[in-house]
Design a protein around this ligand. Structure first.
Ligand code: SF4
Length: 340
């Protein structure tokens, strides 16, 4: 396994030729393992109620924003809109509020999402194994849960109150989700939240290795969102520029040939198009990060969780992929009726 010193050395080496060499190796591995297939998904924000106070997020409990939770007839409209764009994999998100978006609410949303989509993932508050089992039975097959940073001191500074303050409960979430039978688990760190980037990467890599050993049948994916939104910029401890970001994704691919790497619309189109060639296996498309943002509300009336930099539609992203000789993949998995 890679050492902390080696990661630091790689991050410190800013020579163009070393970045290009690692990118070439990552690209070779990505093509060998994943061909030219790129999975597409779209996020759907169900609610922005949150009882946690994370300093870097616009949804935090102390922020005086209009709180919205979609009712079934409202998220049906959103789902219908997303489905009409051709999307078959949905990532449903909420703020972390057990009170406003309890298990029963999420189960109902999952049941209804099953009418529109093949793959249903959740990025919501961490739960217990039995609760994940219920979600799985309701149709959820993937869980996204990011530790944000593995640096305990920085974690405590950035997560001031609420459930997310509990570092260990969050860190153990992938274990509980896997034990419940989830098929796909996304993990990651919020780059820039801690200045100890090499330590964070090593801790994430070790966490993924631990998961691969304890639950080898799960499909793992990694995400590396960058803390760059205007309102939370002051909370970033270091700037991860595009070259460093590229290197981190390339290094991850070299170390984890079979792990999926996601890229969200936080990144600008030029960089997203470039990273497709190197390490990415899944990307979001046609995203809106406002609750009800697709069909119900004007986004400018709301504080979205983060700013989107790539606002291309699903059709535009799919066309671009085909132009670059990639296959946009809308359905890569389907649950059969008696598999519950
Ligand atoms: S990051 Fe998640 S838990 Fe933290 S304030 Fe935002 S929505 Fe709430």
């Amino acid at each position: 396994m890679i050492t902390l010193n080696k990661i630091q050395q790689i991050l410190d080496d800013t020579r163009r030729e070393s970045i290009e060499e690692m990118a070439r190796e990552a690209a070779r591995i990505t093509r060998q393992q994943f061909g030219r297939a790129i999975g597409l998904y779209t996020p759907l924000y169900l609610s922005n109620y949150c009882s946690s106070h994370c300093t870097y997020c616009g949804f935090h409990s102390h922020n005086k924003i209009e709180r919205i939770k979609l009712a079934p007839e409202q998220y049906r409209m959103e789902m219908g809109h997303i489905q009409a764009q051709g999307i078959r994999n949905i990532l449903m998100l909420t703020g972390e509020s057990y009170k406003h978006t309890p298990l029963s609410y999420l189960k109902e949303a999952a049941h209804i999402a099953g009418e529109y989509f093949q793959g249903i993932a959740l990025e919501v508050h961490p739960m217990q194994t039995d609760e994940y089992k219920e979600l799985f039975a309701a149709g959820v097959d993937g869980i996204a849960v990011y530790q944000e940073t593995y640096d305990r001191k920085r974690y405590a500074q950035a997560h001031l109150s609420g459930y997310k303050k509990d570092y260990d409960f969050r860190r153990d979430t992938p274990q509980r989700a896997a034990a419940a039978g989830m098929r796909q688990i996304s993990m990651g760190i919020l780059l820039g939240l801690s200045e100890h980037v090499a330590e964070d990467l090593l801790a994430l890599y070790n966490h993924v290795r631990e998961m691969e050993q304890s639950h080898p049948g799960v499909e793992y994916a990694l995400s590396f969102p960058r803390l760059r939104t205007v309102k939370s910029q002051e909370f970033a401890r270091c700037d991860i520029d595009d070259a460093a970001f590229t290197k981190i994704l390339a290094l991850t691919r070299v170390l984890f040939p079979r792990v999926g790497i996601n890229l969200s619309t936080r990144e600008d189109p030029r960089l997203r198009d470039h990273l497709l060639e190197i390490a990415i296996t899944r990307m979001s498309a046609g995203s809106n990060t406002a609750v009800g943002g697709y069909t119900l509300l004007k986004e400018e009336n709301q504080d979205p969780q983060f700013d989107i930099k790539d606002d291309r539609s699903v059709a535009q992203i799919a066309a671009l992929l085909r132009e670059k000789n990639f296959d946009p993949v809308f359905t890569d998995w389907r649950r059969i009726e008696n598999s519950l």
